[in-house]
Write a new protein. Structure first.
Length: 263
């Protein structure tokens, strides 16, 4: 299927590894030029180089901390200087630390809000005017299955990602007349470094092993396996495409059936 976005420009946050990298690779396969960013320079440069070797798209890689407004301004400024526009925005950030409520300080809550909510707001604020002016844009936020069904021991993520969902659902109606769609994609348990770290943390808390924790998750998933990052990236690429022009305000799970709710 031709998604109709060859030649578009996508900014993909936190794209040096994991889900962000998978999204970038899927978009590149569709002929989308990329702006990649991460805080870790080495992994970011390696990812950008790999995508350049595998595809013919242009790739701009920018080291930036999106938890800080200055980092967002620097990133978007570099993107506009290189490409002149951003057509597709994929917001993404590493999950906040695991743990129950009383294990997190006020500083930990503020950091989670900066990294997982305020970064979404600032990125959107920076690229939305251009999308509205061109009357075409795609904003896709990477959230979590925790938005629909809270995950034990992830109170920071459960709370802050729900705020992103409320923001996106409201914004979707505001910008729909301008040809801009806003959607969220909710990854389930997927084979990423984040999930490996969560398995290790849960194992330490419960006196088990990471293998036991992964097996427990697989037992909760109707497909009986963890997801592959490429499966997630494919969903984001579709929502970023011309084919998804009548889908907005949605939160779509990529979770192997883990969420049990009807809505």
């Amino acid at each position: 299927m031709d998604l109709g976005i060859r030649g578009k420009v996508a900014l993909v946050a936190a794209s040096s590894r994991g889900l962000g990298r998978a999204v970038a690779e899927e978009l590149a396969a569709e002929g989308v030029d990329l702006v990649l960013c991460a805080r870790g320079e080495q992994a970011l440069r390696e990812t950008a180089a790999a995508i350049r070797r595998a595809t013919s798209v242009r790739v701009l890689d920018v080291v930036a901390d999106l938890a800080e407004p200055a980092g967002v301004a620097y990133l978007v400024g570099a993107a506009l200087a290189e490409f002149g526009r951003v057509d597709i925005l994929v917001t993404n950030a590493g999950g906040p630390p695991a743990g129950p409520f009383e294990s997190h300080s006020a500083d930990a809550w503020r950091a989670a809000v900066r990294e997982n909510l305020e970064s979404v707001l600032e990125l959107t604020r920076a690229v939305l005017p251009g999308m509205k002016e061109r009357r075409w844009g795609r904003i896709v936020n990477v959230t979590s299955i925790a938005v629909k069904q809270p995950v034990d021991n992830l109170i920071l993520s459960n709370s802050v990602r729900a705020a992103v969902t409320g923001f996106a659902r409201t914004l979707a109606n505001e910008v729909a007349p301008f040809g801009v769609t806003v959607n969220n994609v909710m990854p389930g348990y997927t084979r990423t470094q984040r999930v490996e770290e969560l398995a290790e943390r849960n194992a330490a808390l419960r006196g088990t092993t990471p293998e036991t924790e992964r097996a427990a998750w697989e037992g909760e998933i109707p497909m009986s396996r963890l997801g592959d990052p490429r499966e997630f990236g494919a969903m984001v690429a579709f929502l970023a495409s011309d084919r998804a022009s009548y889908t907005t305000g949605a939160s779509i799970p990529v979770d192997g059936g883990w969420i049990r709710s009807l809505l």
